[in-house]
Design a protein around this ligand. Structure first.
Ligand code: R7I
Ligand code: MG
Ligand code: MG
Length: 301
């Protein structure tokens, strides 16, 4: 476990997010992102995926522990329309900003809670923070997701992505990672997909992007994007980041989020020096992301 891996994880997440954002959504969303996808200095902007990951990292650094109330306040304060939040979470966070308790707000849009991938896309930070306390990781991932995602499927995605990130800090063996991460999952949509992912990794088969999308999904639901992202990160672990990112674009659908989760796991395994430096230089707020990684690392080292 090294600082370079923590930086690789957060910057890999942000880079996957920013590079994927132009490909997300329908024609309207893509046109809007053409207008707002760069800062005034011309740097690539990232979306809600990175913002919420930063919120968790900065909260953990300040509080020295996972504090759900502090996290809810930060999520609500950071909310900006222009970061492309999921529609349900956008409403929920505006309620929290007006004073609602997240424990009620998290069922105010969808009665069962959201099963979107918004709890999972920020979970790599939980993986970094709890890697050396692995027994506590699953509960922490669920709690961090539950502020906006009360649905068990939304939380299972967070557990999977946090586990894969934590495991990638300690081993570069894809099969070991997929098996240990799958051991944390109990819900059928995850278990079945993870079984296929393990099989593909084991036999070294390389299905094309449309086949990956067909089997695992490329949607906004946690159950149709988290296994996709973890599988892609593990398959491309020993190959260049840009090859992995291109594959995410080809898989299509929720490209920023699949790219963010895959980028985080890949970055945790390979470290910041392995990321494409020319693209990193184009990324907004790189200094803030590195500082957040350093503060997180200082909290666990
Ligand atoms: O999960 P969430 O934060 O969205 C994250 C996604 C990522 O792709 C980001 O990059 C950003 O673009 O948004 O936001 P939610 O609004 O909670 O969930 C996303 C969507 O999933 C919702 O807007 C619904 O379309 C769908 N969804 C549900 N639909 C019906 N019933 C989530 N939960 C439900 C549900 O219970
Ligand atoms: Mg996004
Ligand atoms: Mg997305």
């Amino acid at each position: 476990m090294s600082l370079a891996q923590f930086e690789g994880c957060l910057l890999g997440l942000a880079l996957g997010d920013a590079l994927g954002a132009p490909h997300e959504g329908g024609i309207v969303e893509r046109l809007v992102w053409r207008l707002i996808g760069a800062t005034v200095q011309g740097q690539m902007r990232w979306t809600d995926d990175t913002q919420m990951a930063l919120d968790i990292a900065e909260s953990l650094a300040v509080q020295g522990a996972l504090d759900a109330d502090d996290l809810a306040r930060r999520f609500a304060a950071s909310y900006r329309w222009s970061r492309g939040y999921g529609p349900g979470v956008a409403r929920l966070l505006r309620r929290v900003a007006r004073g609602a308790d997240w424990r009620e707000a998290n069922r105010s849009v969808f009665p069962e809670g959201s099963f979107g991938n918004g709890g999972a896309m920020r979970a790599p930070v939980i993986g970094l923070y709890y890697a050396h306390r692995f027994a506590e990781l699953a509960d922490a991932a669920r709690l961090s997701a539950s502020i906006t995602h009360a649905h068990p499927l939304g939380q299972e995605g967070a557990v999977l992505v946090a586990s894969a990130t934590a495991l990638a800090l300690g081993t570069r063996n894809p099969l070991e990672i997929v098996r240990a991460a799958a051991a944390h999952c109990a819900l059928q949509p995850f278990v079945l997909r993870l079984r296929t992912a393990e099989q593909w990794l084991q036999e070294g088969s390389e299905p094309d992007a449309s086949s990956v999308a067909r089997h695992f999904g490329n949607g906004i639901a946690a159950s149709t994007s988290c296994v996709t992202a973890v599988y892609i990160a593990l398959r491309f672990m020993d190959r260049p980041f840009v090859d992995m990112q291109r594959f995410c674009v080809d898989v299509g659908g929720d490209v920023d989020t699949i790219g963010a989760m895959a980028g985080a796991v890949w970055g945790a395994a390979n470290g910041v020096a392995a990321l494409p430096q020319h693209q990193l230089a184009q990324l907004e707020q790189g200094g803030r992301l590195k500082a957040a990684a350093a503060a997180l690392y200082a909290g666990v080292a």
